[in-house]
Design a protein around this ligand. Structure first.
Ligand code: SIN
Length: 542
């Protein structure tokens, strides 16, 4: 649905609104689990507009396979917290972790009430799966390995039934900032003829839930929409961004055609990793072997691929049927279908895999309620950095955090509307670094393919000062590029390209600043791990 005209449930225009504009209480940008949860909850107390770049439910949520990590009963909260902190390599915010983990079971019940049918075991209880770095099975799933699709579909249906006004195919060109406060956003809506129509939405509160930026890298499990638009818009609006060097690589993206995720749950069910020569390499590297923390397995897999001249590693799940009594397709129908399309039968042969960019642990700095450093702006889900994921996110904690924080944002926005103070959080423990950044969107001077290749090569699994310098040079234009606002008929792709360059520059800056190895950030020239790592937050100075 593309609605260039004002949508239901909000005041069209109104005092000060631009022609073709809208006013509402809450504008949500993004339609994954965080955005749709925030929109549905916020609609209980006010008018809500939700704008999404493609269709309702598109984004990384839809592609999530493994599931949602939730403490398996009150007795498991401490262990789930401990596992999250251990995986996060010392960079997690302990209070934020506990708050999210403790809220998990109730948030999951609320999600189920919105129509997600989670898989059940023989006794009718939620079926729990084991994933890497979890000390026990606690990952709930739906449709076998189609958890994200089930969550997206249920939430999208709930949004369509609700009073939330939806703009699909709506690109956020920029956040609207007045007197240091975010007061809305400038969108581009698609008209019936396919042309972009500017559309300004004014809102008391804006919620960024635009997801990550996997398109920064040549190989990614992310969908095409993951171009860092929300991160770039937040930076231009003056928001602090934190931990941008912490990009998680998934160890097992299928290396047959376009990369697709082969869930960690496959290893949770006993699959093992082999190098191209058929040698199982993980047991010698970590006591948990294939179920070691994700950063450890991703680097080991990357090294195995490099050691064999780029030939993919192999994920061997051929023992699954004998172990579980179920075929691969019965347990993992979605992955089995994608493998079949690529001509691979996981019951009979190993799946060729390599690591791929998967999840940004850093993002727009927020507190546990999703408040950013700019009044009027909240953020939730992958675009945000609450500190829960630290330097290496625990498997299946992303949907959990997005679900809990999406609801928290809506509650905080409602509290502010009811008169609570909306002062930005202090983030006192962060080390803040000033960065000269672009205040406006500039046209990209580098081809997207080259940008992705440079980040894959120099700012990916393995980094060093020389490589980061090469990437920084490529990303820094010789001359000031044209402002997008000055270019007639600039299209969405060009805006995405500009956003990718901006986010890439910030990521490379953050990676160069961290001269130590921590979780997903691995410096070949600085292998040492700090005793007490600090979160590093970037602040735009111009
Ligand atoms: C997976 O299913 O392996 C991905 C889960 C996650 O990223 O947490």
């Amino acid at each position: 649905m593309s609605t260039a005209a004002p949508s239901r449930g909000v005041a069209p225009g109104g005092p000060g609104a631009a022609p073709g504009g809208q006013e509402c209480d809450v504008l949500v940008l993004g339609a994954g689990i965080a955005g749709m949860t925030a929109a549905l909850d916020a609609a209980r107390t006010g008018s809500v507009v939700l704008a999404t770049k493609t269709d309702l439910g598109d984004g990384s949520t839809r592609y999530a396979q493994g599931g949602i990590a939730v403490a398996a009963g009150a007795g498991d909260v401490d262990a789930h917290v401990a596992d999250t902190l251990a995986a996060g390599a010392g960079l997690c915010d302990g209070a934020a972790v506990r708050a999210v983990v403790a809220a998990g079971p109730a948030a999951l019940r609320a999600l189920a009430a919105r129509g997600v049918a989670f898989d059940r075991d023989g006794g009718g209880n939620p079926a729990l799966c084991l994933e890497a770095a979890h000390s026990r099975p606690r990952v709930v799933h739906a449709g076998g390995d189609r958890t994200g699709a089930a969550v997206s579909a249920a939430l999208a249906a709930a949004v369509r039934r609700s009073a939330v006004a939806v703009h699909e195919d709506a690109f956020c060109a920029d956040l609207l900032v007045e007197d240091g406060r975010v007061v809305g956003a400038d969108l581009l809506l698609r008209s019936a003829s396919g042309a972009d129509v500017p559309h300004r939405v004014r809102a008391r509160a804006v919620v960024l839930a635009t997801g990550g930026a996997g398109q920064l890298f040549t190989r990614t499990t992310n969908p095409a929409v993951a171009t860092g638009d929300g991160l770039a818009a937040a930076w231009r609006a003056g928001a602090l961004l934190a931990d941008l060097e912490m990009y998680q690589f998934h160890p097992t993206a299928a290396a047959v055609g376009e990369p697709f995720l082969v869930s960690e749950a496959v290893r949770g069910e006993g699959a093992v990793l082999l190098d191209a020569a058929g040698h199982r390499f993980m047991p010698a590297l970590h006591p948990r072997a294939e179920l070691a923390p994700r950063d450890v397995v991703a680097r080991a897999t990357g090294r195995a691929v490099a050691a064999h001249g780029g030939r993919p590693a192999l994920l061997d799940a051929t023992g699954l049927r004998a172990r579980t009594g179920r075929s691969f397709a019965q347990r993992f129908p979605g992955i089995a279908a994608m493998c079949a399309a690529a001509g691979v039968d996981p019951d009979r042969e190993p799946v060729p895999v390599t690591p791929a960019a998967h999840y940004l642990m850093g993002g727009v700095r927020t507190d546990a309620s999703g408040r950013t450093s700019v009044p009027g702006l909240w953020a939730a889900g992958e675009v945000a950095c609450t500190g829960v994921h630290g330097a290496n996110r625990l498997a299946s904690n992303s949907l959990l955090e997005a679900l809990v924080t999406g609801a928290r944002v809506a509650a905080d926005v409602a509290a502010v509307a009811a008169g609570a103070a909306d002062a930005p959080p202090a983030f006192g423990a962060d080390e803040v670094v000033d960065v000269q950044g672009t205040a406006t969107a500039r046209a990209s001077h580098v081809a997207r393919r080259d940008l992705r290749a440079a980040l894959w090569e120099h700012a990916g699994l393995f980094r060093d000062a020389a490589g980061l310098e090469v990437a920084a040079k490529l990303l820094t234009p010789d001359e000031t590029p044209l402002d997008l606002a000055d270019l007639p008929g600039v299209d969405r792709r060009a805006r995405e390209d500009a956003n990718l360059v901006l986010v890439a520059r910030l990521l490379v800056t953050a990676a160069a600043l961290r001269t130590e190895s921590l979780g997903a950030h691995h410096r070949e020239d600085h292998p040492e791990t700090p005793g007490a790592p600090r979160r590093r937050t970037l602040r735009r100075t111009a």
